[in-house]
Design a protein around this ligand. Structure first.
Ligand code: HEM
Length: 509
């Protein structure tokens, strides 16, 4: 019996395995050799080790390989700076790359089923509704008035600081000012973070920022689902913050609905803010509106504050560019005489003048090239595919394009890619020209391109023209080399202290 078992084993090992298994192994090895994969840049553990300087690390890798893989125990991860691949995933084969359930699950508690978390029909419906909203004159006019008011408030804070020779932390001030702007435009609510008069609004604002950061941490915290289940640690913290956020948002929705249902109170609804306009168009449950608004607030606040802070930092580092921007503003506004107060200056700022500020536009674009608010953006592959460079992507793999690394690639921008040169955006006549969205990817591209691009540029141009028209900026510490925080947006880490001095005879409020 023992002998026959031994014989069977021997036959199995010497005949069956070579006959059936070995050809399969050879076939697998042959396939692996003929299939093309992107080179390996490192592992996700290298990314974790380099987390604080993640974008620098990715720039170094991208300088070696346009597209590369990072080995992960969870899924295939491909990172690219190649405009051809970017065009393919964002436009040519757009249907095959999206948020997927992975991103949706990560963001759902915070952003619900808003435009940033969904694909397919849900996304299409919101995109249609929002595209229409962004093209309306009502939104343009209402947001313009709001931006101007907040720019003047900022200007007056700068004026006070200049009088007493105090530094201002512009990082903090831009965060507050852009929060005030988007709240007014999205909800019709005066948050007034800049003066801190609306306590409930300030509490909401803080809870929103904390919830945002805690949600982003889920990307690198593999235990978040367990913590959520037991309601402990960062997940308990997130839940607490979301409670504050939701209470505020649902209260605004409830109040608007009540006012809209009573004809005698209907006039109280401003009808200019995004929430009121959506509520008039659609009859949905409050959660639907909550999700829409949360996504708008996220989109409209931090990216602009972060960009404005880097913008002022770059202008301080390049004083000749700062002077050129200030001249561009004054020439466009035909200001010859002395202006003695910020509100007066704002009143002289016409729509035509804003259009004429081509050098300002170029300087903002150059800042965004080097400091794109969303430095890295990921997509999930829905069904296995071959990218234009012949390499394979499997279903469920992640493909990320990297606006931060792309902005610093010599093969895209030339040998001076790392330098701050606004002139690269201007033609011989000094007119601004945009670049291919597959190379300058800061606003994404294709069907899901940023809906708020013009809205963002408008706010930044209004803020910049009023502030740079009235003040000169200087770093309090000229050797300051600020770092970024590795969060969803490329925010400057900590305060950015600046000395402000009036450019003209400015002395009054
Ligand atoms: C400097 C400012 C901004 C930058 C760099 C920027 C960049 C981007 C990027 C990279 C995306 C794609 C994100 C993704 O993959 O889901 C995006 C999407 C979007 N942005 Fe912006 N954004 C800016 C400002 C704004 C503002 C002010 C708003 C509106 C108030 C806005 C509204 C949106 C919306 C609604 C989407 C979703 C589009 C879709 O999925 O169809 N953005 N933006």
């Amino acid at each position: 019996m023992a002998f026959s078992n031994f014989l069977l084993n021997l036959i199995f090992i010497t005949v069956i395995i070579p006959l059936f298994l070995l050809p399969l192994i050879f076939l697998y090895i042959y396939n692996q050799q003929t299939k093309k994969y992107h080179p390996i840049g490192g592992t996700v553990f290298n990314m974790l080790i380099n987390f604080k300087r993640l974008h620098h690390y990715m720039v170094d890798l991208a300088a070696k390989y346009k597209t590369f893989r990072m080995i992960s125990p969870f899924r295939g991860e491909i990172y690219t700076t190649d405009p051809v691949i970017v065009e393919y995933i964002l436009k040519t084969n757009f249907q095959n790359y999206g948020k997927g359930t992975h991103v949706h699950n990560l963001l759902e508690d915070f952003l619900g089923d808003g435009i940033f978390t969904v694909d397919g029909a849900k996304w299409q419906e919101q995109r249609k509704l929002s595209s229409h909203e962004f093209s309306t004159k009502v939104l343009r006019d209402f947001s313009g008035v709001t931006f101007r008011k907040n720019a003047v408030k900022l200007g007056n804070i700068f004026l006070e600081a200049a009088k007493s020779n105090q530094v201002v932390d512009i990082n903090d001030l831009f965060m507050k000012a852009t929060a005030d702007s988007i709240f007014k435009v999205a909800f019709g609510v005066d948050l007034d973070n800049l003066s801190g008069s609306n306590e409930e609004g300030v509490r909401f604002s803080r809870a929103f920022d904390d919830a945002n950061e805690l949600t982003y941490n889920r990307l690198v915290d593999i235990t978040w689902k367990i913590k959520k289940y037991f309601n402990i640690g960062s997940e308990a913290e997130l839940k607490k913050n979301l409670k504050v956020v939701d209470e505020f948002v649902y209260k605004v929705i409830r109040t608007k609905r009540e006012q809209m249902s009573k004809p005698k109170d209907n006039y109280l609804v401003t009808k200019e803010d995004i929430l009121s306009r959506f509520m008039q168009m659609e009859n949905r449950d409050p959660k639907y509106f909550r999700d829409i608004i949360m996504n708008y607030v996220l989109a409209g606040k931090d990216p602009i504050a972060a960009t404005m802070t880097w913008f002022i930092y770059m202008l301080c580092k390049h004083p000749q560019v700062q002077d050129k921007v200030a001249n561009d503003i004054k020439e466009a506004m035909y200001i010859k005489e002395e202006i003695t107060n910020v509100a007066n200056f704002e009143a002289r700022l016409s729509e035509d003048a804003l259009e004429k500020m081509q050098y300002l536009q170029a300087t903002l674009a150059e800042t965004i090239r080097l400091y794109p608010a969303l430095p890295l953006d990921l997509k999930i592959c829905f069904s296995s595919d071959v990218l234009p460079d012949g390499c394979i992507v499997k279903k469920g793999d992640m493909v990320a394009y990297m606006p931060y690394a792309m902005g610093r690639m010599k093969f895209i921008w030339g040998d001076d890619a790392h330098e701050f040169k606004p002139d690269r955006w201007l033609d011989a006549n000094g007119c601004f020209h945009s670049k291919s969205p597959f190379k300058f990817t800061a606003f994404q591209a294709g069907p899901r391109t940023c809906l708020g691009r013009e809205f963002a540029y408008r706010q930044m141009k209004i803020f910049s023209s009023i502030l740079l028209g009235c003040f000169a900026f200087k770093l309090s510490n000229a050797n300051e080399d600020p770092k970024y925080r590795t969060t969803i947006n490329i925010q400057l880490d900590g305060p950015l202290n600046i000395y402000v001095s009036p450019r003209s005879g400015l002395h009054n409020r």
